[in-house]
Design a protein around this ligand. Structure first.
Ligand code: CP3
Length: 340
């Protein structure tokens, strides 16, 4: 296993070090001026297919904040684009799909992903692992449900009504769709592991829109098909927003670490997850603008609550919001790194 003694891998495997490792979802891009400078002249998806840009953007937050892990600069739709699905990432909106996928005949557009389809990712991961030295690189993929929600709705959605109604009205189509997406996500993670990633995160960002019963019936088996085959490779982190009711089920999909948003305190999350749980999270991103005193106190509270679990990876409860002052993030890293 790569970088076994890094704080990230130690925490993720239930052998925590003296303090939690810290990194931020969406640390690459977003709030950094050096990111915006580098991105002028290329679209998001062009940047995601250019190894030099992937590498540099991934390294920027590591240099600036001294975080304990890097996350690959990419997007959950990159493997879909790589197999020829018409998706664009529209600034301020998110992924937008040319022709939504809503019936069995549409599934022909979702062929399996081959490593060659994402050679730029393999190259960037290999280069990054050399550049990062002792700092672990986290690879990632979008989970079948979250990918399906974009493909079915055609773009971002608040209530995911079409997605939810389709899973109930046409379960044959639904399960066939999620089977294909699971295979794509698994292959995308395997590419990153083969190239040297030290951990992977499966983003099921919108799974929290589902009831536990629907999650167990329509989603869990497919997320399990992504995560279970990777057992014994590198630690697997499984994250979603608003998943307080789903935490134990998400763990049972085959996660070594369960990501928790800000709604459930980490000690309570650890209780819901059961013995041996490792948690990631969970500072409310909305607090980042509330001033030093508020942020410091909230960081200390998260660190203290995380001690109940068998391991804790410090993070926000969701991604870094676009307008965040980067100095606030640097200070959080210092606060966590000085906590023992
Ligand atoms: O964490 C990181 O810094 C690594 C890079 C990363 C991006 N997207 C880069 C990105 C990661 C891990 C993602 C995952 C992702 N993409 C998720 C799951 C994580 C989550 O936040 O829940 C989702 C749902 C997406 C889909 C997506 N892509 C959205 C909703 C958006 C935001 C659109 C917007 O502009 O508000 C994107 C675009 C995107 N992905 C940006 C970045 C840096 C911003 C685009 C830009 O800089 O031009």
């Amino acid at each position: 296993m790569a970088l076994t003694d890094s704080l990230l891998v130690r925490a993720a495997t239930g052998r925590p070090g003296p303090r939690p490792p810290v990194w931020f979802m969406r640390q690459a891009g977003r709030s950094l001026p050096e990111y915006r400078a580098l991105r002028t002249g290329s679209t998001m998806l062009e940047a995601c297919r250019t190894p030099e840009l992937i590498t540099e953007i991934t390294l920027q937050p590591v240099r600036r904040h001294g975080v304990d892990a890097a996350i690959l600069f990419s997007d959950i739709v990159v493997p879909l684009v790589a197999i020829g699905v018409g998706v664009d990432i529209v600034a301020g909106v998110g992924p937008v799909v040319d022709k939504p996928i809503r019936e069995l005949a549409d599934l022909d557009r979702l062929r399996p992903l081959e490593a060659d389809d994402v050679a730029y990712v393999s190259q960037a991961v290999g280069d990054l692992v050399r550049e990062l030295g002792p700092v672990p690189l986290i690879g990632f993929a979008g989970a079948p449900f979250t990918l399906a929600s974009y493909l079915v709705e055609g773009g971002p959605s608040k209530d995911h009504a079409l997605t939810k109604s389709l899973m109930h009205s046409d379960p044959q189509f639904w399960h066939a769709l999620l089977e294909r997406l699971a295979e794509i996500a698994r292959a995308f993670l395997q590419v990153q592991i083969d190239a040297g990633a030290s951990a992977v995160q499966l983003f099921d960002s919108w799974a929290g829109t589902l009831s536990l019963a629907d999650y167990e019936q329509f989603v869990l088996p497919h997320s399990r098909a992504v995560l279970q085959p990777l057992a014994g490779t590198v630690p697997r982190i499984h994250f979603g927003v608003n998943t307080g009711e789903l935490l134990a089920a998400m763990r049972s999909a085959g996660a070594d670490v369960v990501g928790v948003d800000w709604r459930v305190p980490l000690d309570e999350a650890a209780r819901r997850l059961g013995p041996g749980a490792v948690v990631q999270g969970n500072l409310d991103p909305a607090l980042l603008g509330a001033g030093e005193q508020v942020v410091d106190a909230a960081v200390r509270r998260v660190v203290a609550q995380g001690r109940i679990a068998d391991g804790h990876v410090f993070n926000l409860g969701h991604g870094v919001p676009p307008g965040t002052d980067p100095d606030v993030l640097t200070r959080i890293v210092e606060t966590v790194q000085n906590s023992t």
